[in-house]
Design a protein. Structure first.
Lengths: 323, 323
């Protein structure tokens, strides 16, 4: 069974009890309260989500927090606190290593007004971080889910894509890293992604209809938004904004840059559906938005266009490994 | 560095920002809100916290939820929602296995009015569960921390101890399990611990001064309560209530039953300091309490007595592995 099939099954069979405004199946859950409570949890496992040879412990701490804050951002929530479960093999982390990991977590949490307020430590067969982020919304109905896109909306992203996948390719091939421009920025896009917390809150205020973060790739995540909203999403590959240097890396790898950027994942930009008024309000509030497609009637998920013509989606829409 | 040294270091160096009423160092953190938000996170790792040969997947799901609900219980909080991160090796869990794990989690969550409201799935080198429990308190000041014990208080536990450690011994030695009474109940104490959620809320209402759950052993956890409160805790080993069958298992293992029960951990009873009035109110509210010691002035942690005389504490007060 694939991860996607399993997640779908869990979402279909989950029981929602009183007080849960939004449960399994979105970027984060929303619980009733004043303010409403928004919670998300993510795992990062060594050799699945990161490799020690490719990043520092500070990078790993940063990324673990970034992934969870990005889920809060995608709901329009304000971060409050983070809880970190850490498993590590005996002797894998000395005191300096722990400090470095925590420094990466603390710095990013502080930058977004959140506290590392608790956690758990244990031995385990690999380095593994389980990060839960808790945020708040003044009203539960302020939550921007994946399910509110309307036909006529535009689909937009908050920044350029492809930096993380190109950065991973450079980590795998240091020789290539010496031959392309912007290599350092691409490596940073992979190892120190910046969650779009402020943009998420401003998009919620601007009246975004549906939102999620681009963690698994624009095409896969846009397909999720389409299916959750019961609409069709048409992505225009010509409009996908490429991070600087992505085209050169794609060229060196013999890949199409637009598809590499649209399926690579882990850029942690926000993908948002809004109407023209919302788009104008968000831009007036200082949110940079790149329109990459449109929402149409027809509950059939993702369609792609390039050079004005329909093209078949790639076999793999994004990052989705079996579990 | 031991886990205890590392936890102490984290607690001393953690930054607490506005809105965090209680941060690192207690059973759970408390965030401002109406109601106040109580959050705890725990990891359970295969071959560290459980062995597949000794328990079913339903047991593992149950126990993962029990550990986190017990932390909420120790704050006096009402459970609201649970978030589950699950890592598993490729092929380790088929659909039926996932369903069994979830059934164990769902049943215990439902029994305490909580919802499994979100989570994350990934591959990993071993089966591992990261469970975050979110609860609420009508007022942040209702939280019962580890730090409020006063000289003159009694120290009490909510039920008999030693069942879990005896149950683990039986799992390790099936031959022994055939020779002692109450073997099935002891195995259940280990594999299906019952968090004392209702008792925790009633103890908070009764005015408990300090509380934590008995996860790592009465002696180690009572020592933590003493140090957090700046008091001395005197535990009377003769008063430690033994679960049925523990004496027979200790006898077969050549161990002292009272010390085995007081250091074994994972019983998930609550350990509470309260004055005589609080004790009477809690008992009137239906909470069964066994008085096991007293709180004295003198900020020097744990003292032990047996047969009316001081005895030296054992070298290991409880469950505390190196990390």
């Amino acid at each position: 069974m694939s991860e996607l099939e399993l997640l779908d099954r869990i979402a279909r069979t989950s029981v929602r009890r009183a007080g849960t405004v939004l449960g399994v199946g979105d970027d984060a859950a929303v619980l009733e309260g004043a303010p409403a409570i928004v919670v998300t949890t993510d795992l990062l496992v060594e050799d699945v989500h990161f490799r020690r040879a490719h990043c520092t412990l500070r990078d790993i701490g940063h990324k673990a927090v970034a992934v969870s804050l990005s889920d809060l951002a995608a709901m329009g929530a304000a971060p409050r606190a983070l809880f970190v479960g850490l498993a590590a093999p005996a002797g894998a982390l000395d005191t300096a290593g722990h400090d470095e990991l925590r420094a990466g977590m603390d710095a990013l949490a502080a930058a977004h007004g959140a506290t590392i307020a608790g956690g758990d430590l244990t031995r385990g067969p690999a380095l593994m971080l389980a990060v839960t982020a808790v945020g708040t919304l003044d009203d539960p109905s302020d939550a921007v889910t994946r399910a509110g896109a309307h036909p006529g909306d535009v689909l937009a992203v908050t920044g350029p894509l492809g930096g993380a996948v190109a950065g991973r390719a450079l980590a795998d091939d240091p020789d290539l890293a010496g031959r392309v421009p912007d290599a350092a920025a691409l490596r940073a896009a992979d190892s120190r992604p910046q969650p779009r917390v402020s943009a998420g809150r401003r998009l919620a205020t601007a009246g975004a209809h549906a939102m999620l973060d681009c963690s698994d790739g624009l095409l896969l995540d846009a397909d999720r938004l389409a299916r959750a909203s019961g609409v069709r999403v048409v992505v225009d590959l010509d409009a996908v904004p490429l991070a600087a240097g992505v085209a050169a890396v794609a060229d060196a790898l013999g890949r199409e840059a637009d598809l590499m950027a649209a399926t690579g994942g882990e850029d942690f930009e926000l993908i948002v559906a809004l109407d023209e008024g919302g788009l104008a309000r968000a831009r007036a509030a200082g949110v940079g938005l790149h329109v990459v497609g449109s929402i149409e009637a027809g509950a059939d998920g993702l369609r792609l266009r390039r050079h004005g013509r329909p093209v078949a989606p790639p076999r793999e829409l994004g990052w989705a490994h079996d579990v």
